[in-house]
Design a protein around this ligand. Structure first.
Ligand code: PEP
Ligand code: MG
Length: 328
C-alpha cells in the first residue's frame, strides 16, 4: 500500500471529473522542507510560528524572524507560504510574559487571552512580527494569517496594525512585498458571521481542531472526553458547509488546515461541500491525494447533500462509510 501511494508523488491531485485540488503542507519548523518538495505539495497552507517565541527569555526580534521567514520563502522556490501570526496562550506560554497576560490560574484558560486577543493586547510584539513577514514577502509569495479571530472588530484592528507596520517600514525605507491577508475560522462566532469577515480579507482557512473543540465544548486534549470529540458531528458539518459555501459564493479562497484536512475519511465529504484546498501534516498528503484521484465532485455534491440531512452524530460514521466506498 505504501509503495502504491509513493507512486502518487508526481501526479497532480485531480478528481475524476477533472477538478484540480490544491494539497498544501502544515509546518512547524523549516526542517521538513525537503519532504514538502519530495511529496509535490503545492505550498505551505499553515506555518505555525510559535516555535520562534517559546523556550527563550526574550521576544524574537524583527531581524531574527525576518531571517527565518525569508530563508523559508527562498527554499520554497515560488510556492506559497502562509505564515500564521503567533498563536500563544493555553498550552503555549512564553516565559517572558508577565502575570497579567498568562492565562494560568484562570478557570478556562482556552477561553482567555489567547491567539489574536493576546497579539492585540501586545501590539508591539504583533507589529514586529508583521514587519518581519512583510519583508520576507519581498523574496516570494507570502500570505499572512491571523488565528482565533472571533469577530469583525478584531479583524479590523488587525488591518489597522498591518497598515501601521507598513508605514513603519516605509519610514525606514525598508523593502517589503505585497501580501495577501486572511484569518482562521476556528471559533463558532466567526463561522456564523464568516460573510462579513470575508469582505475584509483575501482568504480564510478553517481550523477544525479548535472549531470542533468550541462547537462541541470538548477540550481537544482531554482524554476523558475524547469520545465526544467528533469531527463528524452534524453541528460541525453544518458550520463547515456554511463557511465553504459562503467563501465560494463570494469568490474567496478557502482551505481547511485542521487535522480533518489530513484524515482521508473526510476528503470526499469536504470535496462534496465544495472545498478545493486542503492543508495538512505532510505525512497524510499521499493518502488524501489517493482519495482525491478516486472522487467525482459532481456525484459527491448530491451524496453529501443527502448526508447533511442527518442530525444524529451516531449515524455519521455509517454515512461516511457509504460515501467513501470505492467502486472498482
Ligand atoms: C486548528 O485549530 O485547527 C489549527 C489548525 O490550529 P492549531 O491546531 O495550531 O490550534
Ligand atoms: Mg487553532
Amino acid at each position: 500500500r505504501k509503495r502504491a501511494l509513493n507512486k502518487l508523488k508526481k501526479s497532480a491531485a485531480t478528481t475524476e471529473d477533472g477538478i484540480n485540488i490544491e494539497l498544501l503542507a502544515n509546518m512547524e519548523s523549516v526542517d521538513d522542507i525537503k519532504q514538502l518538495h519530495n511529496l509535490g505539495a503545492d505550498g505551505v497552507g499553515l506555518f505555525r510560528s510559535e516555535f520562534l517565541y517559546l523556550n527563550r527569555d526574550t521576544m524574537p526580534s524583527e531581524e531574527e524572524q525576518y531571517e527565518v521567514y525569508s530563508a523559508f520563502v527562498k527554499k520554497l522556490k515560488g510556492k506559497n507560504l502562509t505564515i500564521r501570526t503567533v498563536d500563544l496562550g493555553v498550552d503555549k506560554n512564553p516565559r517572558w510574559f508577565g502575570q497579567n497576560t498568562t492565562p494560568n490560574g484562570s478557570l478556562n484558560p482556552a477561553l482567555g487571552l489567547t491567539g489574536i486577543r493576546l497579539c492585540l493586547a501586545e501590539p508591539v510584539m504583533f507589529r514586529t512580527q508583521m514587519r518581519a513577514i512583510l519583508r520576507a514577502a519581498a523574496h516570494g509569495p507570502v500570505k499572512m494569517m491571523w488565528p482565533m479571530v472571533a469577530s469583525l472588530s478584531e479583524l479590523k484592528q488587525c488591518l489597522v496594525h498591518l497598515e501601521t507596520a507598513k508605514r513603519q517600514l516605509n519610514e525606514r525605507d525598508e523593502t517589503f512585498g505585497n501580501i495577501e491577508v486572511g484569518c482562521m475560522i476556528e471559533i463558532p462566532s466567526a463561522a456564523l458571521t464568516v460573510g462579513s469577515l470575508l469582505k475584509q480579507v483575501d482568504f480564510i482557512s478553517i481550523g477544525t481542531n479548535d472549531l470542533i473543540q468550541y462547537t462541541l465544548s470538548v477540550d481537544r486534549g482531554d482524554d476523558s472526553v475524547s469520545y465526544l470529540y467528533q469531527p463528524g458531528h452534524p453541528a460541525v458539518l453544518k458550520l463547515l458547509q456554511h463557511i465553504i459555501r459562503t467563501a465560494n459564493r463570494m469568490g474567496k479562497t478557502v482551505s481547511v488546515c485542521g487535522e480533518m484536512a489530513g484524515d482521508n475519511t473526510y476528503t470526499r465529504l469536504l470535496l462534496g461541500m465544495g472545498l478545493r484546498r486542503f492543508s495538512m501534516n505532510p505525512n497524510n498528503l499521499l493518502g488524501v491525494k489517493d482519495m482525491v484521484l478516486r472522487s467525482d465532485t459532481v456525484k459527491l455534491e448530491s451524496e453529501v447533500a443527502r448526508l447533511m440531512r442527518n442530525e444524529d452524530p451516531e449515524k455519521t460514521d455509517k454515512l461516511l462509510k457509504a460515501l467513501n466506498k470505492v467502486e472498482e
